[in-house]
Design a protein around this ligand. Sequence first.
Ligand code: HEM
Length: 264
Amino acid sequence: MAAPVVDAEYLKEIDKAHRDLRALISSKNCAPIMLRLAWHDAGTYDVNTKTGGPNGSIRNEEEYKHSSNKGLKTAIDLCEEVKAKHPKITYADLYQLAGVVAVEVTGGPTIDFIPGRKDSMVSPIEGRLPDANQGASHLREIFKRMGLSDKDIVVLSGGHTLGRAHKERSGFDGPWTQDPLKFDNSYFVELLKKGESDGLKKGESDGLKKGESDGLLKLPTDKALLEDPEFQFYVVLYAKDEDAFFRDYAVSHKKLSELGFIPS
Ligand code: HEM
C-alpha cells in the first residue's frame, strides 16, 4: 500500500485522533494493552529483509491469532472506534500513536510522533517476538534482528511498568509493579530490590526465586536483565534515576515506533 500523504489535513486528523485516543485510553484504563499493541505491531521488524515492523499488519486475523498476540484483539477493536472517525489515518500510524498516548496519559515521557507510516496486509510468520521463557542471548538475538541495542532492550522492558500478565493469555499472572496504570521507573526499582535481596552479583537465576512473596511478577526475561552484566548496568541506572529512564525510554520508543519507516 502507498504511504499516506502527510499534508495539513492529515496532520489535523492526527491531532484529533490524539485527543480521541487520550479520552478513550483514560476512560477505559486500557493504556497497557494499547502499548502492547503498538509494540507487537512494530516488534516483528527484520532489519535484514526489511519486513514486518509498524505497518498495521497485526490487524490481520492471521497475525493477531499468533499465540504471542493473545488478548490484543481487544486493543485492535478499540482502535477501530478511532479509525472510524478518522479513516484517512493509516492503521500503522494509529497503532503507534495509541502507544505514544498510552505512555503519555499514564504519566510517562512525551514521545515524539512523526506520522506517515504505510499499511501492509502482509503478516510475518509467527515467532518474531521475544519468548518470555528465555534468557539474555535470546533477547539479544531478537532485538538485534530489529536493529535495536542492549540499551534499547533494557529501557523498553521498562514498558512493563504498565499492565499485567494474564494466565489465559501467556500463562504468566500478575503485574510487575504496585500501580500498573502509572508509568514510572518502578519496574526497575522492583527488579533491583529483588536483585539486591538475592545478592546482585551472584548471577544465579535460582537465587531469584526468593523474595517473590510480594506477588509482583518477574518473567524469566525480566530476570535475565539482572543477571547479564551489560543489562544490569542499565537496570541499576534506571532504578536510581527516573529522569534518565524517561529520557532514554522516549528515544528508544520512538526508534521502535519507526522501524523501517523513513519519514518523508
Ligand atoms: C505484557 C513479554 C517487552 C509492554 C507482557 C506479557 C508477556 C510479555 C509474557 C504478558 C501478556 C499477558 O499475559 O497478557 C515480553 C517479553 C519482552 C517484552 C518477553 C521482551 C523484552 C515489552 C516491551 C514493551 C512491553 C518492549 C513496550 C515497550 C508490555 C505491556 C504489557 C506486556 C504494556 C501488559 C499488557 C496488559 O496489561 O494487557 N509482555 N514483553 N513488553 N508487555 Fe511485554
